[in-house]
Design a binder for this molecule. Structure first.
Ligand code: G3P
Length: 217
């Protein structure tokens, strides 16, 4: 499973990259705003900075909601760096834009996926990734992981190449369960990725090994 980090924070991206486990980055307008990155030029420069840190795909979201606007924005983003994946919302104009970019060989990530039907439409349009938001479904008492299972089944039934990018991941168990189901990618905060490290028996065992070593020296 590929690990993407869901942040626009350069220090966290660098930390994940330095761990050697990072396959890419996803951002969205809210994550950009959280880092205080505003204005088109600053946003573009921030994407450039992210691309310099990470070896892998960097999702950059369009703001337009009409086909022409998405195409204009997406082409400018894609021209900036080959790592850029144009992130497009799941709306009718977005599906058209995904088809357009797919025909041009430009990678896309269809975002704000909350149903299997939406994922199927995006795959038919040729999206590189679909991003079902599992945490936000859990937030409204709907099982986000069941949606990942449903999309996995549908994509496997027809051999769609579109990758399932489990998004809105909140914690370590989301990551583990997505891996069990067979999501191609997960994107989540650094805290969820680092939580995978933790086990008290590891800490206890290491402390014992070091203490025993110290006894012999
Ligand atoms: O980037 C999209 C998605 O991962 C958002 O997550 O935590 O805002 O629901 P969250």
């Amino acid at each position: 499973m590929k690990f993407f980090i869901d942040t626009a924070n350069l220090e966290q991206i660098k930390e994940a990259q330095d761990m050697g486990i990072l396959d890419g980055v996803t951002t969205n307008p809210s994550l950009m705003a959280k880092e205080g990155i505003t204005g088109q030029e600053n946003i573009m420069n921030h994407y450039r900075a992210i691309c310099e840190i990470v070896d892998g795909d960097v999702s950059a979201e369009v703001i337009s909601t009409d086909f022409e606007g998405m195409v204009k924005e997406g082409e400018a983003l894609a021209a900036m760096n080959p790592k850029i994946v144009v992130k497009i919302p799941m709306i009718a104009e977005g599906v058209k834009a995904i088809k357009y970019f797919s025909n041009k060989g430009i990678k896309t990530n269809c975002t704000l996926i909350f149903s299997a039907g939406q994922a199927l439409l995006a795959a038919k349009a040729g999206a590189t990734y679909v991003s079902p938001f599992i945490g936000r479904l859990d937030d409204i008492s709907t099982n986000g992981l069941q949606l990942i299972e449903q999309i996995r089944l549908i994509f496997d039934n027809y051999g769609y190449n579109t990758e399932i990018l489990a998004a809105s991941v909140r914690h370590a168990m989301h990551i583990i369960e997505c891996a069990e189901i067979g999501a191609d990618v997960m994107t989540g905060p650094l805290s969820a990725i680092k939580a995978l490290l933790n086990h008290p028996l590891t800490d206890k065992g290491l402390a014992q090994f070091l203490a025993d070593h110290a006894k012999g020296n």
